[in-house]
Structure formats: structure tokens, C-alpha cells
Design a protein around this ligand. Structure first.
Ligand code: SIN
Ligand code: CO
Length: 379
């Protein structure tokens, strides 16, 4: 898939650094959804979708954006030019889309975001722009002309609802055909224009922003602070008499700062909160419980929730760190054999029956709960 490059070489030479065009990255690429299926998906609340239409007046284009769900009556005619439908998170609802995303697991799961599918009629696209994250653009059907350039001036136009570069200057252009793939590092200017009807898949990444991460971790810490901290009462035996009673004492400021610092200075708590945050499912994700399947398999082999093995649901996020295992926003401390098994499950997203035989009763109980919740399925 990486034009003969090993994942190691790709990461070293290109990732976050420079674009790479890979002709025929996917041989005999078969789209995972037909046009009709994509539009059906865009009608549902399960996925995020957008309809983008471009109006050209000579050199000057304007865009209109409509947020999904996109109902049949909102959809422009397929014979009309220059519009596009974008559907986010298709990997969460389509197993083959999830399989495509999984081919990019040489990059940590904590960075991998989703598979977006766009459909465009001739000349359709979202205009010249840059993304804050890395992206792999896979041509799924039809052709698309990509123009790309590394420019310092990333000023955006202020007259459109889309982020459009005010002054886009491209340096290279590539016509992508089905199975071709273009990698772009963050903040690399690009514009993809459909040549005839086309579908493009974007493998997107997420990179947490320091301020958002800090806010999220502080909120999580706030919820737990009473459990985590001893409650000390401020004491001021050295307080002298004051002439300015409204002034906050320095010692009280210091006391408050220490209280906060003590809460934050706990690497293992921070690691746990981070893992819980990163493994949190997206807002619109819900799991379908398959409770009966585990009880059925339990009858076959009393000790075992799933005699043939177990696989994680496509929507499940499972991560781990040195001390914890995280699944869909929850955490456990695992040790010994169970820890190795849970790590194996997180990395492979499946465990074979032979591996499960080594699991403790506690670990099997957990896996059974996950199956009941629809987070995992027996094979
Ligand atoms: C698209 O598929 O039209 C947009 C993808 C992108 O430019 O990032
Ligand atoms: Co883009």
C-alpha cells in the first residue's frame, strides 16, 4: 500500500513532513459503498454528513454548506455539476470501511480518527484549503484532480462558510484514479476537483490540542478530586493583624496553588485520565447489546464466554498504557497474564480461544460484560 516503502520508512521520510503520491496503492480497489448506499447513510443521524455546493461567477466561487442528515429532497440532481456530499465516520457503521482504516494501524490508534467518504459530481470539491491534520486521500471511484502546494500564506477567505484559502498557489497536480492514494502532511494546501463523478476516501487523524486536552483532563480530575485528595483545612497560626482586611493573604494563595499542584502531580492518575479520555467513544456512537450470544456460548462451555474467541466491535476503542487497559472510556489495572492478554486483544482486536484459555476468571468475566454491552463479540 505504501509504494514499496515499509511503514518504518514512510514514517521516517514522509509522515508529518512531505506529501507522497502512491499510484495503485490498492490493487483492484472496490468501493465499500455504492452511491445509493452512501446517500442512504447520509439520511441517518448515525453519521455526520455535509452537503457542499459551489456557485461559480467567473473566477470567483462561493460555497454553501448544509449540515446533515441530508434527506432525499435536499440532494441536488446528479446531473448538476459542482456539488459534493461528505460523510464522516463511515468506519463506525461499515465493516469494510473499518478494515481500510485498520490498514493504517502502523500509526497509533490514539492518532487514527475516521474514514470519511466524499461523493462529488463533475467539478465538485470543497475548494482550496488546508487541514490541521495528516490525511491519506484514497481515490475510490472515478477521477479527481488534486492540486497541492506548500504555502506560507494560509490566510482564509472571510466571505464563505467553508475554510477556503484566500490566495491558493499550487506547485504540483496529480490526477488520481481508483486505487491511487495521496498522503498530505498537516497544513499542506490542497484542492481536489472531481473529473466526472467521483468518490474519495479520507483517512483522517486526530491530534489533541493542548488547551482542549488540559480542559478535559482538569474536568475529569475535578470529578474525582475528593476521592483522590486528602482534605486539609487552611491554617494560619502566623497570621498577623491587618490594616487592609480586603487583601487576600499570600499564604492563602500559596495554599491554593499547592492544593492544585498536588492534584496534578500524579503521573499515574494523569495517565489513567488520559487513557479514559482517548478511548471515549464519539458522541453519536451506541452499541448494540448481544446479551443472548454470550449466555448461549456459556451453556456450551461453562467457564468460557466465547469458545471460538472474541473480537472487538468496530466502534470499540481499546488502548493501554504501562499500568492500565482502557476500553470505551473505562479503565482497569491489569497485571501478569491478563495484562498480556488484554494488550494482545487491544493490538490485534481479536483473541483466539487458545489465548482465552489462559485468562483469569476475572478477565473472562470482564470480556463477558463487554460482549453483553456490545463492545465485543464472540467469534
Ligand atoms: C474531499 O474528499 O472532497 C475532501 C477531502 C480533503 O480535502 O481533505
Ligand atoms: Co483537505
Amino acid at each position: 500500500m505504501l509504494a514499496g516503502l515499509s511503514p518504518k520508512e514512510f514514517m521516517k521520510k514522509y509522515w508529518h513532513k512531505k506529501p507522497l503520491l502512491i499510484k495503485n496503492a490498492f490493487k483492484d480497489f472496490k468501493p465499500v459503498l455504492s452511491r445509493a448506499e452512501l446517500f442512504r447513510l447520509a439520511q441517518s443521524d448515525e453519521v455526520q454528513s455535509r452537503l457542499v455546493q459551489q456557485q461559480s461567477n467567473g473566477d470567483h466561487s462561493t460555497w454553501t454548506v448544509q449540515a446533515g442528515p441530508i434527506r432525499g429532497r435536499d440532494k441536488p440532481s446528479f446531473t448538476r455539476e459542482a456539488w459534493t456530499l461528505l460523510v464522516q465516520g463511515v468506519d463506525l457503521v461499515n465493516d469494510r470501511a473499518a478494515q481500510i482504516l485498520r490498514q493504517f494501524r502502523f500509526i497509533p490508534d490514539a492518532r487514527l480518527d475516521d474514514l470519511m467518504i466524499s461523493y462529488a459530481t463533475n467539478n465538485g470539491g470543497v475548494g482550496p484549503h488546508f487541514d490541521s491534520y495528516d490525511v491519506f486521500l484514497i481515490q475510490a471511484s472515478g477521477q479527481r484532480l488534486w492540486r497541492i502546494g506548500q504555502q506560507k500564506d494560509l490566510t482564509l477567505r472571510d466571505d464563505t462558510p467553508l475554510k477556503i484559502l484566500a490566495d491558493f498557489k499550487f506547485q504540483k497536480e496529480y490526477l488520481l484514479e481508483p486505487g491511487d492514494m495521496l498522503y498530505l502532511p498537516p497544513r499542506y494546501a490542497h484542492e481536489g476537483v472531481a473529473v466526472g463523478e467521483c468518490m474519495t476516501y479520507s483517512v483522517g487523524f486526530r491530534a489533541p490540542k493542548s488547551d482542549e486536552l488540559a480542559r478535559d483532563l482538569l474536568l475529569r480530575l475535578g470529578d474525582e478530586v475528593e476521592e483522590l485528595m486528602d482534605s486539609k483545612v487552611y491554617a494560619d497560626p502566623m497570621q498577623g493583624a491587618v490594616a487592609d482586611p480586603a487583601q487576600i493573604p499570600d499564604t492563602l494563595q500559596y495554599f491554593a496553588m499547592q492544593a492544585l499542584a498536588k492534584t496534578i502531580e500524579r503521573p499515574s492518575v494523569f495517565a489513567r485520565l488520559l487513557g479514559e479520555s482517548l478511548s471515549e467513544p464519539k458522541d453519536h456512537v451506541w452499541f448494540q447489546s448481544t446479551a443472548d450470544s454470550s449466555s448461549k456460548v456459556r451453556r456450551n462451555r461453562p467457564r468460557h464466554p466465547c469458545p471460538e474467541g472474541v473480537r472487538l466491535d468496530d466502534q470499540t476503542k481499546m488502548l493501554y498504557d504501562a499500568l492500565h487497559v482502557f476500553i470505551n472510556g473505562e479503565s482497569w489495572r491489569a497485571t501478569g497474564k491478563d495484562r498480556s492478554l488484554m494488550r494482545l486483544l487491544a493490538n490485534q482486536r481479536t483473541l483466539r480461544a487458545q489465548d482465552l484459555d489462559k485468562a483469569s476468571e476475572d478477565a473472562l468475566g470482564l470480556i463477558e460484560n463487554w460482549i453483553d454491552a456490545g463492545w465485543a463479540h464472540s467469534l
